[in-house]
Each structure stands twice: as structure tokens, then as C-alpha cells.
Design a protein around this ligand. Structure first.
Ligand SMILES: *Cc1c(COP(=O)(O)O)cnc(C)c1O
Length: 369
């Protein structure tokens, strides 16, 4: 049997992606910029109801430019969720700023608003960087209110949560800037890429300018600022346009995967699942479980699945535990540490069949029988 993946690329059955790529070939726009890039930006912005968007080479690039757009620079403090992928925090260091890591709360696994308030008593940050981990929304309205109270810009890392809707609003559009990722493992993919969204037209224009080598609008090459080569290619954007057409479909399948695991493992008391908030429609990018047991560890289950050629992973290791970030301060930490210790990301590939899901459930259940 073929390998079952955590989350792998899933192109549309209709071949939309190849049609858009073909258009790029037919018009010889095999370059950064072009019709697919413009349309991908427009179509995504319209879908998530953001004022403006710019397509970039990665989600990491989008975080970097969001930090620059809100003015983060050398020596500035940025409050950053600790429980996340390192790509959230790395761009803070690119700008020679200093992260202060904030622990999660157990309900959403995302930034704890109480600890965020606490952090404001100790520091005056230049920005707050929150994550919607595994496609579940942070307590974003509370976090936004705290940021507004302190007059500090909010950036949402929605790399994992495209399609997650909270109180009728798409995650990634609550803050001053939001970012999405189209890396190969995300809910939709362009093989690699990202998007920066905002209602701030000037900010998005500035991000585009930096992403295009900070080239001034002159006939000759004029540079008054340091730039980056961060734009998305027109070929890659074609994949993105096709993938957007099946996003809702993928969300439904990811939700089905989560429901199937939840039902299938319901009678094992030592396993628990995260819940959506009221008025949330999560994309459940990855289904996760927590094992609360003296005998059975996540590693035992991950090993058993691996023996059957099934991929699973621990929960992200918090940034405040990462050697590369150990010199920075953190507010709290116990919640994300416990999640890291007890959690597993189950295979959540949208191509999985119900039989595949049953196989995974059976292997996990065998530990308790
Ligand atoms: C994937 C991911 C990113 C980075 O996106 P890339 O497109 O791979 O650069 C950032 N943050 C989180 C939480 C992610 O999961």
C-alpha cells in the first residue's frame, strides 16, 4: 500500500491548475508578475474579503514584509506566539528585532489573551504576531481588542488556516496584516508561495515594492531602499488560481477527517480533541489529538503508524524551547509545553479514503485494547 501522508498536494480533478498554467505558457508570461499573479491576488482578496493582497514567494516572505510594513526594525520587541512553526518567528530576527514569546491557552492552543495583557505590562512592543494553529482560530477578537487598546499593530499568521471563518470573518483579515502559505503541505498549495493581505492599500503597495527589489519607478534602475526578490511567479500563481476553486471542497474533506477521528476514538478516555469556538468554522488543516496516559506516549503511536507507512508528527515544539531562540524572554510556557509533550498530528491528507481513516483509527485503538 502507498504511504499515507500528513498532508500532501491535492490538485483539482478538473485540471483547473493546468489550464491556468497553460495560459501562462500561451502568453509567454513565464516570469514573476503577469495575469495569473494579478488574478490570484484579486480572487483570493475577494474570497477572504480583504481590501488588498500581494502574492509572494512564501508565507515566510509575507510575514517578513508584514513586519516591515508595520515598521518593525532593529531592537524592537515583537510579541509572538510560542507554539508555532519557526517560520513565524524567524522574520523577526531578519529585522534584528526581538521576539517575546507568549504561551497558548488550552481552548484554542493559540495565544493566551491574558498572557498577552501581562506581556504589555512588561514591554512596549512594535507588533503582535498571532497564529491560527492547525486551522483553528485564535481568540482573535479578544486579542485584537487588546492590541487596539495599546495601539499596537496586529499581524495574523494564517498560514495554516485559509478557509477558517470566525464570526463570519475569515482568519487572516482581523489584524492589520494577514498572511497565507501555499507550501506543499498546506490546505491548498502552489508548490510554494504565500500571500499578504490587508485593508491598508499603501502598506500592500509598499510590500510589493520591497518584494520587487525596491525598484523606484524610474526608467533606469534607481534604488533608495533595500529590496527583496519575493514576488510569486506567474506559473505558480496559475496553480494557486486553480486551487482556490477547490478550497471549500478541501475544507469539507478536512472537516470530515476530523469528525471521523473524533467519532472513531470517542470511547478512549485518554484521548481528547480540540474543539471549535462558538461561531467558528475551522478548516482543520491537521487533525490533532492529546494523549493523557501514564503508559502510552505519542512516540509509541507515531512509531506504530510509521511501521504501517503512515505519517504522523508531534505537535510543534514551542519557540521558547528552541535553542536558537533560548536567549529571548517568554511569558508563560506550560500550556504549549504540555501540548508538545502529549500531542500528535494525525494523517489528515485530503486524499485519504474512509478505509485509510479506519486503518489509522484501528492502529491507535489497538494500544488500549
Ligand atoms: C507553513 C507555515 C509558515 C510558512 O509558510 P511558507 O510558505 O512555508 O514560508 C508560517 N507559519 C506557519 C504557522 C506555517 O505553518
Amino acid at each position: 500500500m502507498g504511504r499515507i501522508f500528513l498532508s500532501s498536494p491535492h490538485m483539482s480533478d478538473e485540471g483547473y491548475e493546468q489550464q491556468f498554467i497553460q495560459e501562462a505558457f500561451d502568453t509567454n508570461w513565464i516570469a514573476p508578475l503577469g495575469e495569473n499573479v494579478n488574478k490570484f491576488e484579486e480572487e483570493l482578496a475577494e474570497m477572504v474579503k480583504a481590501g488588498h493582497a500581494t502574492a509572494l514567494s512564501s508565507g515566510t516572505a509575507a510575514i517578513h514584509l508584514a513586519l516591515k510594513a508595520v515598521g518593525v526594525g532593529e531592537g524592537d520587541i515583537v510579541f509572538c506566539q510560542s507554539l508555532t512553526f519557526s517560520a513565524t518567528a524567524n522574520p523577526i530576527i531578519y529585522e534584528r528585532a526581538k521576539p517575546v514569546f507568549i504561551d497558548s491557552e488550552p481552548g484554542t492552543w493559540n495565544m493566551d489573551p491574558k498572557l498577552l495583557e501581562e506581556a504589555f505590562e512588561k514591554y512596549t512592543p512594535k507588533a503582535v504576531l498571532v497564529v491560527h494553529l492547525y486551522g483553528l482560530s485564535a481568540k482573535i477578537d479578544e486579542i485584537k481588542a487588546i492590541c487596539e487598546k495599546h495601539n499596537v499593530p496586529l499581524i495574523e499568521d494564517a498560514a495554516e488556516s485559509l478557509g477558517t471563518i470566525y464570526k463570519n470573518q475569515w482568519t487572516g483579515t482581523f489584524g492589520d496584516y494577514g498572511i497565507f502559505s501555499f507550501n506543499g503541505n498546506k490546505i491548498i498549495t502552489t508548490s510554494g508561495g504565500g500571500m499578504l493581505v490587508s485593508d491598508n492599500e499603501e502598506g500592500i503597495a509598499k510590500a510589493k515594492f520591497w518584494a520587487t527589489q525596491a525598484r523606484e519607478p524610474e526608467r533606469h534602475y534607481q534604488h533608495e531602499d533595500i529590496g527583496y526578490n519575493y514576488r510569486m511567479s506567474n506559473v505558480v500563481a496559475g496553480i494557486g488560481r486553480g486551487q482556490l476553486k477547490v478550497l471549500e471542497n478541501r475544507v469539507q474533506q478536512k472537516r470530515h477527517i476530523f469528525d471521523t477521528y473524533k467519532k472513531g476514538l470517542a470511547d478512549i478516555e485518554e484521548i481528547s480533541f480540540i474543539d471549535e469556538m462558538d461561531e467558528e468554522r475551522a478548516n482543520f488543516w491537521l487533525s490533532t489529538i492529546i494523549i493523557d496516559s501514564n503508559k502510552i506516549t505519542p512516540n509509541m503511536i507515531i512509531d506504530a503508524l510509521e511501521e504501517e507507512n503512515i505519517e504522523s508528527r508531534p505537535i510543534w515544539k514551542p519557540m521558547h524551547l528552541q535553542p536558537v531562540f533560548s536567549k529571548y524572554d517568554s511569558i508563560g510556557g506550560e500550556v504549549s509545553e504540555a501540548l508538545f509533550e502529549k500531542g500528535i498530528c494525525l494523517p489528515s491528507d485530503s486524499k485519504m479514503t474512509d478505509e485509510d481513516l479506519e486503518r489509522v483509527i484501528k492502529i491507535i485503538k489497538s494500544f488500549w485494547s
